[in-house]
Design a protein. Structure first.
Ligand code: HAM
Length: 425
């Protein structure tokens, strides 16, 4: 009997060819994310991979694709409905309220982990995928939106990504949207039968989502639809203008796209998406926006928030497509090549001693050919190779060979720990 991965999932392992499966890429990405988060003052949060289903149904929106079509929902043994998290904002807010984090004047959190959406798998779209998300609570000014956007852009730049497109929109407050949705409905209703089936349904449930439909007929119909900007209140307009001003002042290029509405119901005011042309149909690498009122919906005080999330697989695919090199992981300080039975018996003891002294090391197994063993030391990125044969054991002196420069050093076996501690880079 053979076993196979569930559709839409993948393994991540050393030396994998696909960029989204290669562990070196993941390690580099996660390391860079942690460094960037620290610079921007974000602390890490981890929430469970499953939550009570209502955490998502009540917040992300019953009519959204994520809730209505894509959730992995199951009954646990206590007959409670649980859902594998399809996104990170709702669980973070649940935790923020449950753990009373709202008492701090502001709170900046980031998270990395697996998320689950049951959708048709295709390039850049998986059923288990990974996100980095950041959430900034407690500040309602456009400066916080600006900070979240600059976090995203800085991270992408630091990772070596180029030619990304930032698109912005404002979907105003609930009142602004109610007025706009009415106008949009009135505009689309005469041509309802020309809309796709999904959009016809959305016309009643969530007309805004018709704006970002991918179906050509829908796109044609909404081309000249009224713009949300005509319906924004004075305050909503001022918030958006301030954000645009900040981006312009810092020479960050963006496009205003009134068709961006995002697929989750919790947004207010700013929404944005960042795309990469390398990605093909699933070209959005990250997206987010402001969600004032969301914390209150979870039973907390009326604290504003803004955040974004980015697909880690999509980052790795873009890096690969743009030829960004992934730094190789650091190899061990020393690679020991035992020759003969006595040396083979003694090497584990030596490794144990070195590792206890915090010196990374490994030993050679397999081919007895010295050239092959030295090649392996190079492949794994060891700094030194140490050949341990009968002669070395009896003289208690060994040669440490610098794998890169080929330089050799005579070293006493008894002072190996001290010598390596000094010589390692
Ligand atoms: P989202 O746009 O649904 O937003 O997802 C964010 C990112 O996750 C997408 O831009 C994409 O890169 C990646 N992604 C989504 N679905 C998949 C999939 N099936 N396969 C691979 N990658 C995928 C959110 O999840 C919001 N919680 C973002 C947010 C945080 N807004 C405010 N704070």
């Amino acid at each position: 009997m053979s076993y196979q991965l569930p559709k839409g999932t993948f393994d991540i392992y050393p030396a994998a060819k696909n960029p989204w499966q290669n562990m070196d890429g993941w390690s580099h990405l996660e390391h860079t994310i942690r460094a960037c988060s620290q610079r921007y003052g974000y602390s890490e949060i981890r929430t469970p991979v499953f939550e009570r289903t209502e955490v998502f149904t009540r917040s992300v929106g019953e009519s959204s694709d994520i809730v209505s079509k894509e959730m992995y929902t199951f009954k646990d043994k206590g007959d409670r409905s649980m859902t594998l998290r399809p996104e990170g904002t709702a669980p973070v807010i649940r935790s923020y309220v449950e753990n009373n984090m709202q008492h701090a004047p502001f709170q900046k959190l980031f998270y990395i982990g697996p998320y689950f959406r049951y959708d048709r798998p295709q390039a850049g779209r998986f059923r288990q995928f990974h996100q980095l998300g950041v959430e900034f609570f407690g500040q309602n000014g456009a400066e916080a939106d600006f900070e979240v956007i600059t976090y995203a852009l800085s991270l992408y730049t630091e990772l070596g990504l180029k030619n990304l497109t930032l698109e912005l929109n404002s979907i105003g407050t609930k009142e602004d949207r109610d007025r706009y949705e009415q106008a949009l409905k009135e505009y689309l209703l005469p041509n309802k039968d020309q809309l796709s089936e999904d959009s016809q349904r959305r016309l009643d449930e969530n007309p805004l989502r018709i704006l970002d439909s991918k179906v050509a007929a829908d796109r044609e119909l909404v081309k000249d639809a009224p713009s949300i900007f005509e319906f924004l209140s004075k305050d909503s307009k001022a918030h958006f203008e301030r954000l645009c001003e900040l981006l312009q002042a810092h020479e960050l290029t963006f496009t205003i796209n009134p068709k961006i509405v995002r697929g989750l119901d919790y947004y207010q005011h700013t929404v944005f998406e960042i795309s990469s042309s390398v990605l093909g149909a699933q070209n959005v690498i990250g997206g987010g926006g402001r969600y004032d009122g969301f914390v209150k919906q979870f039973g907390g005080p009326d604290i504003p928030g803004v955040g974004f999330a980015t697909g880690l697989e999509r980052i790795l695919v873009t890096m690969d497509g743009q030829g960004v090199a992934i730094p190789s992981p650091k190899g061990p300080v020393v690679y020991i090549i035992p020759i003969g039975t006595a040396a083979e018996c003694m090497t584990p003891e030596l490794l144990y001693k070195l590792r206890r002294a915090h010196i990374g090391c490994d030993m050679h197994y397999g081919s007895k050919k010295l050239a092959k063993a030295l090649q392996q030391a190079e492949t794994i990125g060891a700094q030194f190779a140490l050949v341990l044969g009968e002669e070395e054991l009896s003289s208690r002196h060994v040669k440490l060979k610098n794998v890169r420069t080929r330089e050799e050093h005579n070293v006493s076996l008894d002072s190996l720990v001290e010598t390596l501690s000094e010589m390692r880079t």
